[in-house]
Write a protein that binds this ligand. Structure first.
Ligand code: SF4
Length: 476
């Protein structure tokens, strides 16, 4: 098969690779080693698969993407689409949250298509990937980093099984009969580059975002991993390392996104501004280029200051999402969050002064916390005047410090935490003053849609929780 590159030179296309976000009964967010079920019907495209589009097309693989979740394909419809594409390789995103469904689907896929090589990526491989590959023989391999060249190496290995010179770093290879082979886990600290991600391979107009103010929205990853080390988080530095892309490369990607008609950016960095100097330089370049994107990002309260927020605001930032987790000082210390109530308050006040919306994520039921502690955190969310608050029930995720010491991590029972979470949502969102202030902030048609969807989502979730039957205990 011949593919004509932009240079006019003819280059031989290598194998067909399908990047697959598999079907699911629920709106799963399987993305960047964090998994969730979307509460208000927001779904975005997985950054893992996005980066692989660039790496693979740059190396002349013929790449196709199926996001079965956003397309609402059933397993049967997804299998039919796969048969039409007839790929030689499938890179499939799997998640701990959807693993039972993912496993059944992939098992069936392999039975029907035994010749397709199946490569896994996702959080489930982070703790003991070799065990997962050994127990689930439908996987031919998995990769443990979507931002480097692991995918190219593992495909080469699957093509040349007997070649022992191919690097298997950040990969696990299933020799099926000749055993499992794994390279070293290598996490880079410093600068790294990626090939231009092919955003247009995804149905950009189908995705919905909680914090976007314009449409369509695209993701942008300017770094990989995190400079911090919170015990509950798989992206922490001890697990993924921390590396950053050159500013010039990011500007080139923005030019490309502009040419695709993108209006809003969602920075997927875990802490925008972790390196203040670089973040300010990036914001200044965005202004100089006249991109006019509106955008939102994640950050930490302890990296923000007036100079950085001014630069972000000038470059189009309207919302920052902060991981606050809890107001309890002991809890914050225990989970190595390294922030305190005073820093949180100061940063939220500063953002408000700069007219930047403040979203806060909280973890309901961190180890050692009682219901009283949790409700103190909810009161704090009201006090610091978050524009949005996201309450998530605590749990152990693969790749975290907790998952390595699971026997020492104790939570309140799950059904109790769910009830407290619903109480938190009601207390925070069902305040007339809050509802009025959200309505008064509507300034784009997209704002209106989001507010409407969000309201419906909250009401439906609360109703579901009222009518949900509590699981019975064995002794009942
Ligand atoms: S700062 Fe955020 S991304 Fe980084 S380790 Fe902590 S929770 Fe994870």
């Amino acid at each position: 098969m011949i593919y004509t590159m932009g240079t006019g030179l003819k280059t031989k296309v290598k194998a067909k690779v399908l990047l697959l976000n598999p079907p699911g009964e629920k709106p799963y967010l399987r993305d960047y080693y964090c998994n969730n079920i979307s509460k208000s019907r927001y779904l975005h495209y997985p950054v893992d698969l996005l980066l692989l589009t660039g790496t693979l097309t740059q190396s002349n693989y013929e790449v196709t993407v199926i996001d079965a979740l956003i397309k609402k394909y059933t397993p049967a419809e997804t299998l039919k689409k796969i048969a039409e594409i007839a790929p030689e390789y499938i890179v499939c995103l799997v998640g701990s949250i959807s693993w039972e469904e993912d496993r059944k689907f992939l098992e069936n896929l392999k039975i029907l298509n035994p010749k397709i090589k199946l490569i896994g990526t996702g959080d489930i491989f982070l703790d003991d990937g070799q065990k997962i590959i050994k127990e689930n023989t439908f996987f031919d391999a998995c990769i443990l980093d979507f931002s480097d060249n692991s995918i190219l190496n593992i495909i080469e290995k699957l093509e040349n099984k007997s070649n022992d010179k191919i690097s298997l770093d950040n990969c696990i290879y299933n020799g099926n009969g000749s055993g499992i082979q794994a390279g070293q886990i290598k996490r880079i600290k410093g600068e790294f580059s990626i090939s231009m991600p092919r955003h247009e391979f995804f149905p950009l107009k189908d995705y919905k975002y909680a914090f976007s103010r314009n449409f369509p929205t695209a993701h942008l990853l300017t770094d990989f991993g995190c400079a911090f080390n919170c015990s509950f988080c798989p992206i922490r530095i001890d697990n993924l390392g921390f590396k950053v892309r050159p500013v010039e490369e990011i500007i080139e990607e923005m030019k490309y996104l502009k040419s695709l008609g993108i209006k809003e950016l969602y920075f997927r960095d875990q802490t925008f501004g972790a390196n203040k100097k670089r973040a300010i330089e990036l914001c200044q370049r965005m202004v100089k280029e006249g991109f006019n994107f509106s955008w939102h990002c994640f950050s930490r309260v302890d990296v923000m200051n007036e100079e950085l927020l001014d630069a972000m605001k000038a470059a189009g930032c309207h919302t920052v999402i902060f991981g606050v987790e809890s107001v309890n000082e002991k809890t914050l210390k225990d989970v190595q969050k390294r922030i305190n109530a005073e820093t949180i308050k100061n940063t939220f006040t500063l953002c408000k002064k700069k007219k930047i919306r403040r979203a806060a994520t909280f973890i309901i039921g961190l180890p050692g916390e009682t219901e009283e502690d949790i409700m103190r955190t909810v009161d704090f969310a009201v006090e610091i005047d978050c524009t949005f608050a996201s309450f998530n029930v605590a749990g152990i995720r693969p790749g975290t410090e907790w998952s390595h010491n699971a026997e020492k991590v104790h939570f309140l029972p799950q059904n109790e935490l769910e009830k407290i979470r619903n109480k938190a949502i009601k207390k925070f969102y069902l305040r007339p003053g809050y509802i009025l202030s959200r309505i008064s902030e509507i300034s784009t048609p997209y704002d209106f849609n989001v507010l409407f969807e969000e309201g419906i989502g909250i009401i439906l979730n609360l109703l579901k929780s009222v009518f949900r039957k509590e699981p019975k205990l064995a002794s009942e």
